[in-house]
Ligand binder design. Structure first.
Ligand code: GLV
Length: 323
C-alpha cells in the first residue's frame, strides 16, 4: 500500500524519523535554522497527507485550501494559535499539539526567568563582562526578593500549576486567574482565585501563561500595567500577542512597573534594536520555554506518534480539534 506523504517544515534529526520510515513517506524542508518559505510550503502541501509544522508556520485558510489530501497537522508546540482551527475543521483535518511532555520544562524556564529578572542575573553578568566590577558595595546589583512575595498566575493550566508548585517551594503565596476555577490548584497548591483586576493589584509577580485567543489578545495593555504595583515584575512565557508591547515599554520606561522577563514577543524573532531589549530592567529570551534537548526530542516523538496513530486508524493521541 502507498505510504502517506508527510511534509516536515524544518530539518529534524534522522534518528527521530527512522522508527517511522516503514509506515510514513517523509519529505522535509532541509534547513534547521530557517523556516520554510511560504511558497514552498504552499507547493508541498498540495500532495501531503500529513504535515509536521512548527509555531513559525502560519497554517491559515489559504494553506488548507491548497491541501486537498491533508488529513492531519501535527504542531510541534502546545500552543496552536498559528493554526486556523475553523478552516481545518471545515476540511476535516485533525490538528494535534504537544501537551504534557513540555509542562515541567516550561515551568522550569518560567521560574528561571522570574528569578533572573528579580535578582538582575543577566544585568549582573553583563556588568562583570563589561569590566565594571571594581568593589563590593551594599546595594551593588540589589534586586527584589522572591521568597515570601505574592505570585499571580494568569492562565492556570498544566504549566500554570507546575509554576505554582515551584512557587510553593519558594514560600510564595499563590494567586491565580483562569476562565474557570481550578479546585485542584486551590486544594492541592493553596492557590487563591482572583478576578483579573484584583490579581493585577495584589501580585508582586504577574506571570502570563495564558494562550493567545481573540479574547486574550493584548490582555496586558496600558490599563493592566496601570493596575499593577510599581514594584511588580511581569513575566511572559505564553505568547507575545497577549501583550501590548508599546504599553509594556511605556510602563517599564516610566516605572509604572518595575521589571519584565519575556520569553515571547508580538513579532518573532526580535533583534538587538527592539526597544524592550534596550531596557536594563528587562530580560529577553528567544522563545525557549520548552527548549531542553530531552523535551524537544519528546515533542518531536509525540508529533510522529500522532501522525502514525492517525494513519493507522487508531486516532490522534493529543488532538486539539475533533472534526
Ligand atoms: C511553545 O511556545 C509552545 O506552545 O509549545
Amino acid at each position: 500500500m502507498k505510504k502517506p506523504i508527510i511534509y516536515i517544515t524544518r530539518k529534524i534529526p534522522d534518528e527521530i524519523l527512522a522508527p517511522y520510515q516503514d509506515s510514513l513517506d517523509f519529505r522535509m524542508w532541509e534547513e534547521e535554522d530557517i523556516p520554510v518559505p511560504r511558497n514552498v510550503l504552499l507547493q508541498e502541501v498540495k500532495e501531503a497527507d500529513g504535515v509536521l509544522c512548527l509555531l513559525t508556520e502560519n497554517m491559515d485558510r489559504e494553506l488548507f485550501e491548497n491541501a486537498p489530501q491533508l488529513k492531519v497537522v501535527a504542531n510541534m508546540a502546545v500552543g496552536y494559535d498559528n493554526i486556523d482551527l475553523e478552516a481545518a475543521r471545515e476540511r476535516n483535518v485533525i490538528v494535534t499539539n504537544t501537551p504534557d511532555v513540555l509542562t515541567e520544562t516550561t515551568a522550569d524556564l518560567a521560574f528561571s526567568l522570574l528569578t533572573a529578572t528579580s535578582r538582575r542575573v543577566v544585568e549582573a553578568n553583563d556588568y562583570i563582562r563589561a569590566g565594571k566590577w571594581n568593589h563590593w558595595s551594599p546595594y551593588l546589583m540589589a534586586g527584589s526578593d522572591i521568597h515570601g512575595k505574592k505570585v499571580g498566575i494568569v492562565g492556570m493550566g498544566r504549566i500554570g500549576e507546575s509554576i505554582a508548585r515551584r512557587a510553593n517551594g519558594f514560600g510564595m503565596p499563590i494567586m491565580y486567574h483562569n476562565r474557570s476555577r481550578k479546585p485542584s490548584a486551590e486544594n492541592d497548591l493553596g492557590a487563591t482565585y482572583m478576578d483579573f483586576d484584583e490579581l493585577l493589584r495584589e501580585a508582586d509577580f504577574v506571570v502570563s501563561v495564558i494562550p493567545l485567543t481573540t479574547e486574550t489578545r493584548k490582555l496586558f495593555n496600558e490599563d493592566a500595567f496601570e493596575k499593577m504595583k510599581t514594584s511588580a515584575i511581569f513575566i511572559n512565557v505564553s505568547r507575545g500577542g497577549v501583550v501590548d508591547e508599546k504599553a509594556l515599554y511605556h510602563a517599564l520606561n516610566e516605572n509604572t512597573i518595575h521589571a519584565a522577563g519575556l520569553d515571547v514577543f508580538e513579532e518573532e524573532p526580535i533583534d538587538a534594536d527592539h526597544p524592550l531589549v534596550k531596557l536594563d530592567n528587562v530580560v529577553c529570551l528567544p522563545h525557549i520555554g520548552s527548549a531542553s534537548v530531552e523535551t524537544r526530542t519528546k515533542m518531536l516523538h509525540l508529533c510522529m506518534d500522532n501522525l502514525l496513530a492517525v494513519f493507522s486508524g487508531e486516532g490522534p493521541i493529543t488532538p486539539v480539534n475533533n472534526p
